[in-house]
Design a binder for this molecule. Sequence first.
Ligand code: PA5
Length: 437
Amino acid sequence: MQGIFLDDEGVKPFITEEEYAKMCKKVEKAHDMLEKKNGKGSDMLGWLDLPANRDEAEIERIKKCAERINKQADVFVVIGIGGSYLGAKAVIDLFDNTFSNLQSYSERKHPQILFAGNNLSGKYLRNLVEFLEDKDFAINVVSKSGSTLEPAVTFRTLKLLLEKKYGNVLAATRIYVTTDPEKGILHDLAVKNEYEMFKIPRDVGGRYSVLTAVGLLPMAVANINFEDILDGAQFASFVFNNRDVSNNDCYKYAVYRNILREKEKDIEILASYEPSFQYFIEWFKQLFGESEGKDGKGIFPAGVNFTTDLHSMGQLIQDGKRNIFETVINVQVDRSLIYLPEIEDNFDNLNYLAGKEIDYINKQAYKGTLKAHIDGNVPNMVINLEDVTEYNIGQLIYFFEKACAISGYVLGVNPFDQPGVEAYKKNMLGLLKEEEK
Ligand code: PA5
């Protein structure tokens, strides 16, 4: 069943029927390019069929490995950057307890999961090494290219720590590699040392790889039912493949955001009222930022966590330059069942809310903000997410991936490459190698 629905009431006042009809045609054309696989980067469309084309043996191996990791490690470190960690962190944060890493093992029921190799901070790595020194830990190094500097620096350091702690043979049983199926430094090292290795299909790019072992192994370690996520994504791959925009919420979203872009609204803010969506928003930012931002074009993807950021970014959104639009993820069902208590002295004058669910108060903040922002000339789309279940999150992941690819084609760019990322790498490596001389 469909668990996510687009509410376009807050965007309709900002566009004309003519604009809508014209953009629908462009989206239909983009749909055809994806279907016929004749658009830019069409050799990178493996993500489209990942949920349907499951490798059952690989899924079983992921589950077995997760069981092994759960037995052997108190801490599981996922080393990767960009698409090699954001999806896994996004999903784990959605389903884990908010304070999971502060809970005891018996409460959490899985190892602590830490993410590393996503920066070059000495402080971060030193603190990580110090934390791990007296812990039983295992690592999952994730890198499609196998040579990205950030994860490589962390992997080298933690590999050495494992080898010092357990000896080379046992250390090898605690190293899990997710990388290119055929080549690369990591691939070759994994073969040589017989590390457990998972393959990232060649035709799936980093930011579209959350439904491969890149995301599935860490999810499995966190006891997340990733098969339900795949089922949800598979369902989405049918419903969001309808060429008829009026019956496809994903394509409708692509239509609206591209009309807004053409009207100089070139910043999209993805908002949520649930802090656990923070990394989902980060995942979205990478997906759209790297896919659309090229050839001097693109919508700048931003993100906010409300109500927190209403006290930091709220002013600008309400009143600043009118070059923004918002997309809000609205979680409809909340299962926390926590109510504001009634107190005798009513010192804070909040007794008028006593007995109300905290989520009720959150929802009024959402409704009030939505109206204020629309009144302030910020077009708003709402993605209603019925409930945060694995099945619905699978749909949401696929929704954004598909909308991103369609939007990239409407924009006329290759949504599957990232040539601009090379510029900083080239300069950084040049500087590092110069030092060597
Ligand atoms: O989407 C992408 O391809 C990138 O963001 C990569 O995920 C990121 O640069 C990490 O690359 P790799 O997995 O090769 O280390």
